[in-house]
Design a protein around this ligand. Structure first.
Ligand SMILES: [Fe+2]
Ligand SMILES: [Fe+2]
Length: 249
């Protein structure tokens, strides 16, 4: 059976195989060829507004899930790193500098009325976020480190970088670049998040060297994170692109 074969492969995965699986260049190539990401170059401003409005809730869950992960972890380098990431997400004591606030400022700078920021999220997307939280809470912390730590700082980092590169080429974005608040992107498509990616990988590598049995859980968490992220974005694209098709019909 396929499921058994997959489980067996995960069980037998070595540290070297884990890093081959979690290779950034492989992700970069996959996302660079993604039709939805490439579509961002030609999306309308309205489509971009709807897309980021729907994405907003993802970042709220991310910070809270990281906090839950910190609580689950034993004392050590990874716990401290996760706590540092939570603090940065929440603005290090200044809510105005929290990543959610910076994202909201970016969305409003695209021309979205502030009162729309809290509009209800697609129930299907909420289900995906809830599923991610349930998986985090019901699995060992090593699984959670890959699901939320690597999921957020490695997989999402490469995804957002590709997304940024594509939508920055959009002529509407280009024409409005002066009015757009780029601070959220300075972090998430810039050196800060690239450093988080490296820090996370170094800490995970240390964990695998100390405890080779953790590779199995890390690999399972990583693969689940990649699937859930793609399902989340996929729902957004299907919603936004379908709406646009209907509006122009
Ligand atoms: Fe962030
Ligand atoms: Fe980060």
């Amino acid at each position: 059976m396929v499921a058994d074969a997959t489980l067996e492969r995960l069980f037998m995965m070595t540290r070297e195989e884990f890093w081959q699986m979690a290779d950034d260049q492989k992700l970069r190539d996959e996302y660079a060829a993604n039709d939805d990401l490439r579509w961002l170059q030609t999306a309308t401003m309205d489509e971009l507004r709807e897309m980021f409005l729907e994405y907003r809730v993802f970042t709220i869950y991310f910070a809270d899930d990281l906090s839950l992960l910190v609580a689950k972890m034993p004392l050590g380098r990874l716990k401290s790193l996760m706590a540092q990431l939570v603090s940065e997400e929440l603005g290090e004591g200044n809510p105005e500098a929290s990543h959610i606030k910076l994202l909201e400022d970016f969305i409003v700078s695209l021309g979205v009325p502030p009162e729309r920021l809290t509009q209800p999220t697609d129930p299907e997307n909420l289900k995906l976020l809830t599923k991610m939280r349930d998986l985090l809470l019901s699995n060992p912390h090593t699984y959670g480190v890959a699901l939320r730590g690597m999921g957020g700082e490695c997989i999402c980092q490469v995804y957002l970088l590709t997304l940024f590169e594509q939508f920055r080429r959009n002529p509407f974005v280009e024409a409005n670049a002066e009015q757009i608040d780029w601070r959220w992107w300075d972090i998430h498509a810039g050196p800060a998040d690239s450093e988080h990616n490296s820090m996370m990988k170094a800490a995970v590598d240390e964990l695998m060297q100390e405890d080779p049995a953790s590779v199995e859980e890390l690999a399972a968490g990583y693969q689940e994170a990649k699937i859930l992220l793609s399902q989340f974005w996929n729902k957004i694209y299907r919603q936004v692109r379908t709406n646009a098709a209907q509006a122009s019909a």
